[in-house]
Design a protein around this ligand. Structure first.
Ligand SMILES: [Cu+2]
Length: 68
């Protein structure tokens, strides 16, 4: 299990954070997701054999946010 912390730009409210959380937690191999709107960040735990960091970053950017 791998851990990843991302800085997320572009969220305007708490439901943006929940939207990201719901999308990423549905991805295969993702074990846990915690997105903070106030902190502008997300903490992810995932199985790197099933999903990559790049795939998570890409999924977030497809929602219209910038994850770095
Ligand atoms: Cu919002």
């Amino acid at each position: 299990m791998e851990k990843l912390e991302l800085h997320i730009e572009g969220m305007h409210c708490g439901s943006c954070a929940i939207g990201i959380q719901m999308l990423v937690s549905q991805m295969e191999g993702v074990k846990s997701v915690e997105v903070s709107y106030e902190g502008k960040k997300g903490a992810f735990e995932f199985d790197s054999a099933k999903v990559s960091k790049d795939q998570i970053v890409k999924a977030i950017s497809e929602l219209g946010y910038t994850a770095t």
